[in-house]
Design a protein around this ligand. Structure first.
Ligand SMILES: Cc1ncc(COP(=O)(O)O)c(C=O)c1O
Length: 427
């Protein structure tokens, strides 16, 4: 199943698992053939290509090499890997320094933003089971924009997720969230920024509700966590989001987004050991004794951690600030280019992604189909219909190609030459 909900059922006329193994060159060539069918590198944004667009700084190459060096190492057996363990501790320490977290913060590495959010919900729930005896049907209060991973974990566990309608500015309506809190609420959350519109919620106001009602407050900084500090250092002010806000107990921030590591890697930080204790669960009710893992997943590879270590060391603060500055320039270039096209309008976004409306009455999917045909990739937003562009530190050429494609597509959709049919091959 794809992001757009597509489900391509392949039928196989013959068996494909070979009786005898094939030669290495043939195997690798066939893998290359799979890869060549994917979208091209330069036009794709990090949503598709992870770190590959940073080629100008060689960071992507270093991340890949580091990943390969450690990919076979199993993080389950840390006791046997003093070097890997030290490297992991150094990554956690660098995360603390990069994100400006105070001493005492406890960091866990996970397989991605979703797992970090699952960990946050689970820790909050374990805390509430002990500390909120009046809770009957556990529920979380969240703005409508909170990431879909919240819905997933709540579906798996039977926790109720109350998504509260947004304010007129498309940010959390904190008064409405406060009104939605009941004695069954154990957690309240906000985004920094949210995936649908790139906007920060008013996190200090949400934290005030958390403190007043004794709720676990989580900040989802999966998307912006590793971009925000460097964007600020590059001179752009952002709304507050960190542990500087009292009442925040946990924060998720993805390394495989603007930390520029290889996938899959994210982090969840707890303000202190007192909150981290609810993360921990090491079952011993089976024949093999305690089963202790970093987060929810079991055995995992050290490859992405090595890639994070390598990129952090390679870029240093100056490198991350350069990339953040480039993101600011790229966003401005997109905004200027898109706003100059008749009927298109960019929204304000605090950080990333960048969101724009196509001309009133025009079918957004027809526009996207036309863009995809021109190798200009982007994502749909549904409520309201908007097109989303992920801001990466790409070259001017990438931005200009996208703008040129949009300039061509809009009049053609208007003239009926490009229709919704154009998106069909991609969904
Ligand atoms: C704000 C936010 N939270 C969580 C996630 C989920 O992250 P992942 O795709 O790594 O599971 C994303 C992904 O884009 C996100 O933007």
């Amino acid at each position: 199943m794809g992001y757009f909900g597509s489900d391509h059922e392949e039928t196989f006329e013959t068996n494909i698992f070979p009786i005898q193994g094939r030669p290495e060159e043939e195997v690798l060539a066939r893998l290359d053939a799979f890869s060549e069918r994917d979208v091209g590198e330069i036009s794709g944004h990090s949503i598709v290509y992870g770190t590959q667009l940073m080629n100008h700084m060689d960071a992507a190459r270093i991340a890949k090499v580091a990943n390969m060096k450690f990919v076979k190492k199993n993080m389950l057996y840390k006791e046997l890997m003093a070097g890997t363990e030290r490297m992991t501790l150094e990554v956690k320490r660098m995360i603390q320094e990069m994100l400006g977290f105070p001493d005492g913060v406890r960091i866990r590495l996970t397989s991605g933003g979703s797992e970090s959010l699952y960990c946050a919900i689970n820790a909050a729930y374990q805390w509430a089971r002990q500390e909120k005896p009046k809770m009957r049907k556990p529920e979380i209060v969240a703005p409508y924009t909170i990431h879909a991973a919240f819905s997933k974990w709540c579906h798996y566990t039977g926790i109720r997720l109350k998504r509260v309608a947004l304010g007129k500015d498309f940010r959390a309506d904190v008064s409405a969230m406060q009104a939605a809190v009941t004695r069954d609420t154990f957690m309240i959350v906000g985004s920094a920024p949210c995936w649908p519109y790139g906007l920060y919620d008013d996190l200090p106001a949400i934290a005030a509700v958390a403190e007043k009602r004794n709720l676990w407050m989580h900040v989802d900084a999966c998307l912006g966590g590793f971009l925000a500090p460097f964007t600020e250092k590059a001179g752009q002010k952002l709304p507050p989001w960190g542990f500087g806000i009292s009442g925040v107990r946990s924060i998720s921030a993805d390394l495989h987004k603007y930390g520029f590591s290889c996938k899959p890697l994210s982090s969840i930080a707890y303000r202190n050991k007192d909150w981290e204790q609810y993360h921990e669960y090491a079952p011993a009710d089976w024949p093999d004794g305690p089963y202790t893992t970093e987060a929810i997943c079991g055995s995992t590879t050290a490859g992405p951690i090595a890639s994070a270590w390598a990129v952090m060391q390679f870029l240093g603060e100056a490198g991350y600030v350069d990339l953040a500055r480039r993101c600011i320039e790229v966003k401005q270039r997109y905004t200027d280019g898109i706003n100059a096209i008749d009927g298109c309008r960019c929204w304000h976004s605090d950080l990333t992604p960048m969101v724009y409306e196509v001309p009133r009455g025009m079918d957004m999917f027809a526009v996207m189909g036309g863009l995809f045909e021109r190798q200009a990739y982007c994502l749909p937003g549904f409520q309201p219909p908007v097109i989303k562009v992920i801001i990466d530190p790409v070259t001017d050429e990438v931005v200009d190609r996208y703008i040129e494609a949009l300039q061509e597509v809009i009049p053609e959709v208007r003239a009926g030459k490009i229709t919704i049919e154009s998106i069909r091959p991609y969904i």
